[in-house]
Design a protein around this ligand. Structure first.
Ligand code: S5P
Length: 462
């Protein structure tokens, strides 16, 4: 079967459709591809396997996989033809990370070629690669039947993968136009649509919030990337510890609602300390409700957080729209989004994390970075690699020794946190429950700052 015939056949069986389609995202698309039914057309299937086998010449790999469901039967045929072992991932993420997610036999470190039907944003490919990698499989190359993205290979390349595709959208349009299956107007409409999508996804971070820059400047000025989490319940205790630690920290993180004796003097006094000792104020309120509610929670009530806290934390579970509710009409304020958590058994998964990071990328005016945790340096490195340029990773769950508290808080060491790529560490009990918080804060600051400079020097090749 020639490529031309192959594309025409795809059109005839309805795998490639043109018209008006509402996508999951709510966007209206002029085309829709669905290769699921292809398995019922033996001749077409044969053609596809032929093209795939040809494409795989020259690529080195040990095992083959197809992303379920559509690509799995195709991958089995290719594996059979090439006499290579087939493996596949369970579709559900139930036992994530326990080693039972790959069906089939492979040696750890085996290089796997991943076959899929389509590529649109590349997101599900990267997710698959990460899941496979978590099980000890190495992924380098992807092969897709149709590349309907504008820059699928660029997107995968950013995460270190190579994309091979059998057919690009442009070729489909050209052949179907030539065969008069679609008219020029339809082809133009499709091109415009994909162009617009590509522009949306490649928006780079340009306008970092000035506070993000100020925070970085303060880090340098104070030679500190230590954020103290001053989680105590009385003002006297709060300021007693702050007196001893203020000189060591770049930022003070509060939970103002745990103070038993909060009064209207508290925030003024805190701001006075911040000015005197040159640190930033960060209320860890973890806003998570609908836009209208968080707006009031942030600005009203007894705490009036927006009036005194430069930074806040936000959970995006309610959707990125709550950022407008929070920040509309305000200046000199910014946030850190919870992209991962340090508590054992938290419900955040990789796809949630990725979406939070994407939302941050789109809102640099009100997002300075992310809160996150990791199990080791490698895990943190992979997490940080996805960050928009210039955005910061703040990491809680840090102590001098790793471990877990009675309520499931997980700790890693300062060196692992910073060595993996955290810009700042957030430390609470490690400092405030120590015998001498002042001396302990100094130790944390020195170790964290040293690790930070070591990492930066390594990156700069010094
Ligand atoms: O995932 C998280 C996110 C945050 S902001 N895990 C956390 O522990 N935190 C906060 O960091 C938490 O609310 C607390 O204020 C601080 C950690 O305190 P520590 O005493 O365990 O160091």
């Amino acid at each position: 079967m020639s490529r031309e015939q192959f594309i025409e056949e795809l059109f005839k069986i309805g795998a490639v459709k043109f018209g008006t389609f509402t996508l999951k995202s709510g966007k209206v698309s002029p085309f829709y591809f669905d290769l699921r039914d292809m398995i019922s057309y033996p001749e077409l299937l044969d053609g596809i396997v032929e093209l795939l086998v040809e494409k795989l010449q020259g690529i080195e790999f040990d095992v083959i996989t197809g992303i379920p469901y559509t690509a799995l039967p195709i991958a089995s045929l290719v594996a059979d033809r090439l006499q290579k072992p087939l493996i596949y991932m369970r579709k559900e993420e139930k036992a994530y990370g326990t080693g039972n997610n790959v069906i089939g036999k492979f040696t750890p470190g085996a290089v796997c070629i991943v076959i899929d039907d389509l590529i649109t944003t590349g997101e599900s490919k990267i997710e698959t690669a990460e899941r496979l990698e978590a099980e000890g499989v190495v992924v380098k190359d992807f092969v897709v039947v149709i590349d309907r993205s504008n820059d699928g290979s660029g997107i995968l390349a950013k995460s270190g993968y190579i994309l091979h595709s059998l057919i690009a959208l442009d070729e489909i349009l050209a052949i179907l136009q030539k065969g008069k299956y679609i008219d020029n107007k339809m082809a133009d409409q499709v091109k415009e649509f994909t162009q617009a999508l590509a522009e949306e996804s490649t928006q780079e971070v340009e306008n970092l919030n000035p506070l993000t820059i100020k925070l970085k400047e303060t880090m340098q000025r104070k030679q500190s990337n230590l954020i103290l989490s001053l989680d105590v319940t009385s003002q006297s205790e709060f300021f007693r510890i702050l007196d001893k630690t203020a000189a060591e920290i770049v930022m003070l993180k509060t939970h103002v609602d745990i103070l038993d004796d909060y009064d209207e003097h508290f925030t003024g006094k805190l701001q006075e300390y911040a000015r005197r000792y040159d640190f930033h104020i960060f209320e860890d309120r973890k806003f998570a409700d609908i836009g209208n509610t968080v707006r009031m929670q942030y600005r009203k009530g007894i705490y009036r957080i927006s009036e005194w806290s430069e930074f806040i934390t936000v959970h995006l579970v309610a959707g990125a729209g709550i950022l407008s509710g929070l920040f509309e009409g305000l200046t000199g304020r910014s946030s850190f989004l919870l992209a991962r958590m340090s508590s054992k058994g938290n419900l955040i998964n990789e796809s949630y994390t990725r979406k939070v990071i994407e939302a941050g990328r789109k809102n640099p005016g009100v997002v300075s970075g992310f809160i996150g945790h990791g199990k080791d340096q490698e895990d943190i490195r992979r997490f940080k690699a996805k960050f928009p340029a210039g955005m910061l990773l703040l990491m809680p769950g840090v102590k001098l020794e790793s471990g877990t508290d009675k309520l499931g808080q997980q700790y890693i060491t300062i060196e692992d946190a910073i060595g993996g790529g955290a810009d700042c560490i957030i430390v609470g009990r490690g400092i405030i429950q120590s015998e001498n918080p002042g001396i302990t804060a100094k130790i944390y600051r020195e170790r964290a700052w040293k690790a930070y400079n070591q990492l930066n020097n390594r990156k700069a090749g010094k």
